[in-house]
Design a protein around this ligand. Structure first.
Ligand SMILES: [Fe+2]
Length: 370
């Protein structure tokens, strides 16, 4: 995606360096000896509270099931420049979300060689607030372009296998997880008892991404098979949440979006419109926040999408001006998203919030409100 910050200067300890996030370009980094030392440290997996409250199992559908109670709070975000303050995680951790979902750009590492990227992830992972969050929440995540490789890159990224290892280390993916050996980091997670399950499907929009085009593909054959197996044959949950690093519903801006791949987008729309349960998309990438609501799909199905993009540098999105599907206002302050689930009724009642990184609610509402 394109982002337009002319120049962002930060001071790292005694070493002043500038990170320019300019159009389609990259970060002029000055990597110090300290950064190289950070990169050489092991990052995970770790044995503290992550997932300790839940027993996870793998099944043939490339999914993990957590049998603990239904999640009440699912928080999510993207676009986190690792060299800026990470104190937003103190606020997020204080909300004690059951699940935290990364939607990409966990770090910006565009021009860095692979051997230095581990250190960049450590800026996030070792932050006090993030360590608190790891203890409070099950951490899930996928990448977008800047943590996967560099701006807008897809299937051609030559270091994608190593990049996969790095992000899975960051995410504390267990050594035995099939996600360690498959190509790409797509996966499904299920939470809660069988009759009140929330399914979170995380898509990998980078590993197999072709260049944009009407008949071109975003997911690749293996991932489509996984997705179709999961959505067609998987046990029906009470709610399905699909995490997609780039926006699915909006069609009018000119940044990365599913609409650049109309055949692939229609294929996913067809799958989703056949699901009996409600479907929510989560997305990132554009450096602002918003909620979008589809027009009626097949059989009148409505899907909604919450975009939370900009933990550290929102308000810089060039794509925020138009979206006829938007509900409420675009959020230009640094923010994260929250889904709250009310399980008191027979059908779960999900609601959303887009919260400033100081915790204040900027946008909120009920999903599928009428
Ligand atoms: Fe980003």
């Amino acid at each position: 995606m394109k982002i337009s910050i002319l120049l962002l200067a930060v001071v790292l300890n005694s070493n002043a360096w500038a990170a320019g996030i300019i159009g389609d370009t990259v970060f002029p980094y000055e990597v110090t000896a300290e950064d190289e030392a950070l990169a050489s440290l092991a990052m995970g997996p770790f044995a503290d509270a992550q997932n300790a409250q839940a027993v996870a199992t793998y099944d043939p559908f490339h999914s993990t099931t957590y049998f603990s109670g239904q999640p009440k709070t699912i928080a999510f975000a993207s676009c986190n420049f690792q060299r800026l303050s990470q104190d937003h995680f103190k606020v997020i951790a204080s909300m004690k979300p059951d699940v935290w979902v990364w939607l990409g750009d966990i770090i910006y590492a565009d021009i860095l060689p692979m051997n230095l990227r581990r250190g960049e992830y450590r800026h996030v992972k070792m932050a006090t607030g993030y360590q608190q969050l790891r203890k409070e929440s099950v951490i899930l995540g996928v990448w977008d372009d800047h943590d996967y490789g560099y701006n807008n890159v897809g299937e051609d990224f030559k270091d994608k296998k190593e990049s996969q290892r790095l992000i899975l280390d960051f995410l504390d993916e267990p050594a035995a997880s099939p996600r360690r050996t498959q190509e790409g980091i797509y996966w499904t997670y299920r939470f809660g008892p069988a009759d009140q399950q929330v399914r979170i499907v995380l898509l990998d929009l980078r590993y197999f991404r072709e260049v944009a085009g009407p008949d071109h593909d975003l997911l690749g054959a293996e991932q489509w098979k996984f997705l179709e197996d999961e959505l067609v044959q998987g046990a029906q949950p009470a709610l399905t949440i699909i995490g997609s690093s780039t926006q699915f519903l909006p069609t009018e801006h000119n940044g990365d979006r599913w609409d650049q791949y109309p055949r692939a987008r229609q294929r996913l729309l067809n799958l989703v419109s056949n699901l009996p349960e409600k479907v929510i998309f989560l997305s990132g990438d554009v450096h602002f926040g918003e909620v979008s609501r589809s027009e009626g799909l097949a059989r009148g199905k409505i899907i909604e999408e919450v975009t939370a993009s900009g933990l550290t540098h929102a308000g810089l999105g060039a794509h925020s001006s138009v979206n006829r599907l938007r509900v409420g206002n675009a959020v230009q302050r640094n923010h994260f998203g929250v889904i709250q689930m009310d399980w008191a009724r027979a059908q779960p009642q999900p609601s959303y919030e887009i919260r400033s990184v100081d915790g204040s609610v900027l946008e909120s509402g009920r999903f599928f409100a009428n």
